[in-house]
Design a protein around this ligand. Structure first.
Ligand code: HEM
Length: 505
């Protein structure tokens, strides 16, 4: 393209944007919008607030503008909620009105414009997908069928770490081995499949493509096209890469997992241990004509995204906190030794006898919430909140991290103190029974995977602490817990190297 043409295109874009803004202003209704920094034409507040709307930065804005405020980011309205009462209003009282999901053109590619469950609008399709996914994934029966598999996987981690001479001396990045374990936990439930090692070629391809999906959706790079629709043509290259990753991922899911399972399951649908696995139920729904083949693949996509990194990240944070709080680590080890007996391994049925272990997990996801702003909600139609107008299709961010870390409603929230969940906060559960603590959301769009995530976290953290002393690497007194930001998740910036000294029983 010659320079003159580029110049002409930019001028044309600018004129079109100004015209679109003026027309929309003339047509606009008089709304009483939530407080907001003063927006400037075209860009709104985008240049003032920047791309990274992380949970900590949003706390600073909440202190200035209140528990409900609005950012105009180009043409998009982003509404931020920072109090338990308003959270209850959005997730519960007006759960239907605010029960849709916000997507953008990148998510449209990865979810086929909402053919999945996680990112679809609230309505018939969501209800059907949630119903179809419940029996195979989100019931106590699934926990009963799979917990021995999770215990086996955790035991394999313990064995592998013990075999690694670096673990007890200079330390290892245990996250890598735990990642294999979480994939095995989830692919066990879904397909009755397990990957043998971190070098398994299929595991490596899957991990790579899931990583690319994460990187492309989490990036701030495409914000300009999301906020200012007229600039979307400039995103063509980015969207092409997204489409390519999506196609490769889906081809992999289909060839190596779904089609492979169809062959194993024919003629008798029995999986590992003679039991049906999740995909058998999902394929039955497809055979009955309730969903199509694409929906099946979008279910596999959703589990890959919603289940794996969230659980793994929470484990990683839990381990980091225990390394940095050796007194809490020994207290936990002591509980396990005393309740179960020295060397008797933690299992799912015993978790209810280990209240301190459960408190450590609750405290980890309070301080280090894997999804600190929940998955953005959206109102399909104009709505009202706290007397303000919320324009249709606003992106609603609930600052769940702040609700659980606000000193006005928690004692010394900056302290990592599991005891709070056995003392003054003993009634608080992770399932949303208290709107100050909603790490899995609450109401209609809350996380159905909580029923799997909590026992998997309990078994894994419990087994690591009972089998090893977890320490910072030589020369360090603590490990670095700086946070890495993204559009959605809260990850640890530097994957920690940890010394893991086996205990002698
Ligand atoms: C520690 C681990 C996990 C955390 C912290 C977590 C957190 C969340 C959060 C915050 C939401 C959004 C709630 C909202 O927007 O109101 C969510 C949604 C969801 N999660 Fe999880 N999750 C975890 C594990 C899992 C697992 C293991 C699965 C599946 C096996 C899963 C499946 C889902 C699904 C399907 C949704 C979408 C629900 C909907 O839109 O209706 N999650 N999760």
């Amino acid at each position: 393209m010659d320079l003159l043409l580029v110049e002409k295109s930019l001028i044309a874009v600018f004129v079109a944007v100004v015209l679109a803004t003026v027309v929309s202003k003339l047509r606009g209704k008089k709304l009483k919008l939530p407080p907001s920094p003063i927006p400037i034409p075209i860009f709104g507040n985008w240049l003032q607030v920047g791309d990274d709307l992380n949970h900590r930065k949003l706390v600073d804005y909440a202190k200035k503008f209140g528990d409900l405020f609005l950012f105009k980011m180009g043409q998009r309205n982003i509404v931020v909620v920072s109090s338990p009462d308003l959270t209850k209003e959005v997730l519960h009282t007006q759960g239907v009105e605010f029960g849709s999901r916000h997507r953008n053109m990148v998510y449209d590619i990865f979810t086929g414009k909402g053919q999945d469950m996680v990112f679809t609008v609230y309505g018939e399709h969501w209800r059907k997908m949630r119903r179809i996914m419940t029996v195979p994934f989100f019931t106590n029966k699934v926990v009963q069928q799979n917990h021995e598999g999770w215990e086996f996987e955790a035991a394999s981690v313990v064995e592998d770490v013990k075999k690694n001479p670096d673990a007890a001396t200079k330390g290892i990045v245990v996250r890598k081995r735990l990642q294999l374990m979480v994939y095995n936990n989830m692919f066990g439930i879904m397909f009755g499949k397990r990957f043998e090692s971190e070098d398994d070629p299929l595991f490596l391809r899957l991990k790579f493509l899931n990583g690319e999906r994460g990187r492309l959706t989490q990036s701030f790079e495409y914000n300009y096209g999301d906020f200012i629709p007229i600039l979307r043509p400039f995103l063509r290259g980015y969207l092409k890469i997204c489409q390519d990753v999506k196609d490769r991922r889906f081809a992999l899911f289909k060839k190596y997992f779904v089609d492979d399972r169809k062959q194993v399951a024919t003629p008798k649908p029995t999986g590992v241990g003679g039991l049906k696995c999740a995909i058998d139920h999902i394929l039955e729904a497809q055979n009955k004509g309730e969903i199509n083949e694409d929906n099946v693949l979008y279910i596999v996509e959703n589990i890959n995204v919603a289940a794996i990194e969230t659980t793994l990240t929470s484990m990683e944070w839990g381990i980091a906190e225990l390394v940095n709080h050796p007194d809490i680590q020994s207290k936990l080890r002591n509980e396990i030794d005393t309740v179960l007996g020295l060397g008797v391994q933690v299992t799912e049925p015993e978790l209810h006898r280990l209240p301190y272990l459960q408190a450590v997990i609750k405290e980890t996801i309070r301080r280090r919430m894997a999804v600190p702003l929940l998955v953005p909600h959206m109102n399909l139609k104009d709505a009202k909140l706290a007397g303000y107008d919320i324009p249709e299709e606003s992106r609603i961010l609930i600052n769940a991290w702040w609700l659980a870390n606000n000193p006005d409603s928690w004692n010394s929230p900056e302290e990592f103190r599991p005891e709070r969940f056995l003392e003054e906060e003993a009634h608080v559960e992770a399932n949303g029974n208290d709107f100050r603590y909603v790490p899995f959301g609450a109401g209609r769009r809350s996380c159905p995977g909580i029923i799997l995530a909590l026992p998997i976290l309990g078994i894994t953290i419990g087994r690591l602490v009972q089998n090893f002393e977890l320490l910072p690497p030589p020369g360090q007194s603590k490990i670095d817990t700086s946070e890495k930001r993204g559009q959605f998740s809260l990850q640890i910036l530097n994957q920690s190297t940890i010394v893991m000294k086996p205990r002698a029983f």
